[in-house]
Structure formats: C-alpha cells, structure tokens
Design a binder for this molecule. Structure first.
Ligand SMILES: CC(C)(COP(=O)(O)OP(=O)(O)OC[C@H]1O[C@@H](n2cnc3c(N)ncnc32)[C@H](O)[C@@H]1OP(=O)(O)O)[C@@H](O)C(=O)NCCC(=O)NCCS
Length: 166
C-alpha cells in the first residue's frame, strides 16, 4: 500500500478530529476527556502551521490513518527551544510501521528549526508508544505517579526526552 507522510492541511481536519476522538474516548494515550470538535481541531491546527509547531499525517491509499504533532512544551519563552511530540493512529492502523513513518517525517521537518529537545508523555502501560519513542532516540527521564485521573482511576505518566541538536 502506498504510504505518504505529508504536512496536514485544513482538508485533514475531519480525519484529525476522528482519529483523536477515538483515543480520547477509549484510552489513556491522551488525558483529554472530551473530544474536541472540528472547530477546535481547526484552531489547534492553525497553531501548528509550521516552524517548530507542526502536524504531519500518514495517508495510505488516499485515507489519513494517523498524525504526529510537535507542540509548544510550556508557554514561557525560555522553553521555546523544546517541543512536546505526540502521535495517534486509527485503531486498525497500529503495528504496521505508520507511527515510525510519522515520527521520521516529523523529525525530518523539525531538523532545521533550531530546536534542542523534544519531550513525550506516555501514560502507562503503553508498550507500543514506549518502543516507538526509544526507537527515535528518546530516553526516560522519569515517571510521575498517579498524575492523571481518567475512567475512574489514577494513571502514571512516563516522560521521555530526545536531544535534537548540539
Ligand atoms: C503508539 C503508536 C503511535 C505506535 O505506532 P505503530 O505504527 O503502532 O508502531 P510501529 O509499527 O511504527 O512500531 C514502532 C515500535 O513499536 C513496537 N511496537 C509496536 N506495537 C507494539 C506493541 N503492541 N507492543 C510492543 N511493541 C510494539 C515495534 O516493534 C517497533 O519497535 P522496534 O523499532 O524496536 O521494532 C500506535 O500504536 C498508536 O497510535 N497507539 C495508540 C495511540 C498512542 O498510544 N499514541 C501515543 C501516545 S504517547
């Protein structure tokens, strides 16, 4: 199947909304509890229009199967050399290399953005996400115990860090 990883456009908003809503409603990959609607996703995408903060999608046979994003890590200016990255696939698209293809495309696009660190937060357990992040050079910096509450119980979150430039 031909797979393309490319920057997300406004036309991708319905697919981005659908893919993310699945994970909001069914798992702890995200700690959002209410799925953002298309208007909210459009606004989110507008805040990822290029530079250090961007979104790439993986398209297989013309259908978006997932996305990866680099987002502001924290609002204060000294954090601007860091980003937080995330990646979400459709349920039927996991375990086929698409997460790796998305991260490869995302980190290629970030290579000339003057960034120094990428961070990722992985709610435990999530062996696929931990393996993906390790594969892309992330290392564990620590685990926050019971930092989030979703689906009636607390969840631990492991933070991963990746050096991006000397
Ligand atoms: C996490 C996710 C993006 C990984 O993408 P993927 O396409 O399934 O992963 P890939 O096929 O590219 O494989 C990447 C690595 O993960 C490993 N992996 C994949 N699925 C796995 C699983 N279920 N258990 C353990 N390792 C797994 C692969 O073997 C590979 O490791 P390697 O490079 O050491 O061989 C995807 O599974 C997903 O969307 N999950 C739900 C949402 C989510 O958890 N997002 C991350 C939020 S932190």
């Amino acid at each position: 199947m031909p797979t393309t990883v490319r920057p997300a456009t406004a036309d991708d908003v319905p697919a981005l909304t659908e893919v993310y809503a699945h994970h909001v409603l069914t798992g702890t990959a995200t700690f959002d509890v209410d799925p953002p609607d298309e208007a909210a996703r459009r606004e989110w995408l507008a805040g990822h229009a290029g530079g250090p903060h961007r979104v790439v999608v993986a398209e297989v046979d013309g259908r978006v199967q997932g996305f990866a994003a680099s987002s502001r890590f924290r609002p204060r200016a000294a954090y601007d050399t860091s980003v937080e990255t995330s990646v979400y696939l459709r349920a039927g698209a996991v375990g086929q290399g698409l997460g790796s293809a998305l991260y490869a495309g995302l980190f290629d696009a970030l290579a000339d953005q003057g960034l120094h660190r990428a961070y990722a937060a992985v709610a435990l357990p999530n062996p696929a996400s931990e393996a993906l992040h390790r594969r892309f050079g992330f290392a564990v910096v620590g685990t926050l115990g019971e930092v989030g509450f979703k689906f009636g119980r607390f969840h631990d979150v492991r933070w991963f860090e990746k050096p991006l430039a000397p």
